[in-house]
Design a protein around this ligand. Structure first.
Ligand code: NBP
Length: 480
């Protein structure tokens, strides 16, 4: 008789299949099931070396597992996950574990964990990042949910996860939906990083006149320094790919961006939590603006740009300025992302370890970068760091980049090139470092039209004042 399986995977599309092969490589026997059974049999036939148990029903899948049963779902997020949980509950016993590795909204994982708990089942919501290759050779895994389940799966998931300096990019995140929450922030940051790189490309191409070969060289150089990351590396590669006619393939791709919604979730959560997540917000909006392709094509013939076109920039100076703008804005994006996680930890009663989160993103996932080592060091050194920007390393980096950052944005403005994420980052930085902002006027306006009251500098916080503004207002003197 075949020995029992260590874990089951339901859903054998690209992610499920690659995770199964990764588990098998690490010595785990995996029971597999897919809604369309031919996918299961084809996969088993194509993977004769793998330690698989191909099952044609969920009942058979559960029957083949060692106890406590560990069942991982790698299916589309949404109602299908609830349906699968209902089916699984018919075949599992108290103490068994269900893991959702899909891109699930964290509130759904919260709800499912509570529901499974009422049935005696331990539920984990685990963010998985790294796409097909990550799943196959080492993903970033962000597990959260029922903490009682963690010791039962820890060794297995840490074995298959990516490693950063020898440490697994898989650490316990927190109760309930914390794992999927951190995955959501990861995806939001991914939106921000990608948008910043697109803005750098736009500036260098349009204002500096760099062609694709020159861009590839610049990105290759940037990948040797503090911007060293997977996204810079793949962007460098993209610049080198030509179409069959020898022209850069990139120029033939329609400039209308798609999205699956996780960046939007991050933005919505930031609005709900009252955190100024401006860069990721702009990155999501930039995708929406790009998708208005037909409207933009029409507007391009009607709306004017700068009256006197700026002369081309000296490439080397521009390259340095854009590098600094990209690096500084990236720091702001991560600072904002960690601000949101800190607020969420308070709101949802999680104890998040920010150094561990940086470690989980250090390898295996799309935002992996050398820079995350510096974030890990910052939070390991000062776990209650108020803001990443206040860490000595990042404060110095922002100081060093500031001149180039402002210059790059000024050049963009002069050339009429949109840089929503880079400029939102700079405005946020200037706002955050301002002891005074014009919100005094805003409070006066609110009090004027809505009697919303205001506080005063010269009185204790919490004391409210109201002024009959219309009664006291004087007619301004006119010079003419
Ligand atoms: P998909 O998101 O395309 O999901 C398709 C899989 O779900 C197929 O195996 C399908 O079976 C199965 N499925 C469906 Br749909 N309904 C089912 C049901 N009622 N019962 C059993 N199986 C069902 O697959 P994926 O791209 O591998 O992604 C899996 C999860 O991982 C998703 O939540 C995704 O968002 C997440 N994720 C994806 C990536 C990535 O790079 N693709 C990265 C990180 C996370 P079928 O063969 O019968 O249609």
């Amino acid at each position: 008789m075949m020995s029992q399986a260590d874990i089951a995977v339901i859903g054998l599309a690209v992610m499920g299949q690659n995770l199964v092969l990764n588990l098998s490589d690490h010595g785990f026997r995996v029971a597999v099931y897919n809604r369309t059974h031919s996918v299961t049999t084809d996969f088993a036939a194509r993977s004769p070396e793998a330690k698989l148990v191909a099952c044609d029903s969920i009942a058979a899948l559960c029957a083949t597992l060692s106890v406590p049963r560990r069942v991982m779902m790698m299916v589309k997020a949404g109602p299908v996950v609830d349906e699968l949980i209902e089916t699984l509950l018919q075949h599992l016993e108290p103490g068994d574990i269900i893991i959702d590795g899909g891109n699930t909204l964290f509130t759904d994982s919260e709800r499912r964990m509570r529901y499974c708990h009422t049935k005696g089942i331990r539920f984990l919501g685990m963010g998985v990042s790294g796409g097909e290759e990550g799943a196959r050779f080492g993903p970033s895994l962000m597990p959260g949910g029922d903490v009682q389940a963690w010791p039962e799966v820890k060794a297995m998931f840490q074995a298959i996860a990516a490693k950063a300096n020898g440490d697994p990019c898989c650490q316990w995140v927190g109760q309930g939906g914390a794992g999927h929450y951190v995955k959501m922030i990861h995806n939001g940051i991914e939106y921000g990083d990608m948008q910043l790189i697109c803005e750098a490309y736009h500036l260098l191409h349009q204002a500096g006149g760099l062609n694709h070969d020159a861009l590839a060289t610049v990105f290759d150089r940037w990948n040797q320094g503090p911007l060293d990351s997977y996204l810079i590396q793949i962007t460098r590669d993209i610049f080198t790919v030509n179409d069959t006619d020898g022209a850069p393939l990139l120029n033939k791709i329609l400039d209308s961006a798609g999205q699956k919604g996780t960046g939007k979730w991050t933005g919505i959560n930031a609005l709900e939590q009252g955190i100024p997540l401006t860069l990721i917000g702009e990155a999501v909006f930039a995708r929406y603006l790009s998708a208005l392709k037909d409207e933009r094509v029409t507007a391009a013939t009607i709306l004017s740009g700068p009256e006197h076109p700026a002369s081309p920039e000296a490439p080397e100076a521009l390259i340095d300025a854009v590098h600094d703008a990209l690096y500084a804005a990236k720091i702001i994006s991560y600072a904002q992302g960690f601000m949101l996680m800190k607020q969420a930890a308070n709101a949802y009663n999680w104890t998040l370890n920010y150094g561990d989160i940086a470690l989980m993103w250090r390898g295996g996932c799309i935002i992996r970068s050398q820079f995350l080592d510096n974030i890990k060091t910052a939070y390991d050194t000062t776990p209650d760091l108020q803001n990443l920007m206040l860490d000595t390393f990042f404060n110095s980096a922002l100081k060093a980049c500031q001149t180039g950052w402002r210059k790059a944005i000024a050049i963009a403005v002069q050339h009429g090139i949109p840089v929503p994420a880079m400029s939102a980052a700079l405005s946020f930085y200037d706002g955050y470092r301002s002891a005074s902002l014009p919100a005094n006027l805003l409070q006066a306006q609110r009090d004027y039209f809505g009697a919303h009251t205001y506080e005063r500098h010269d009185k204790p916080r919490g004391e409210s004042f109201h002024t009959p503004w219309a009664t006291l207002a004087r007619t301004p003197s006119r010079s003419d």
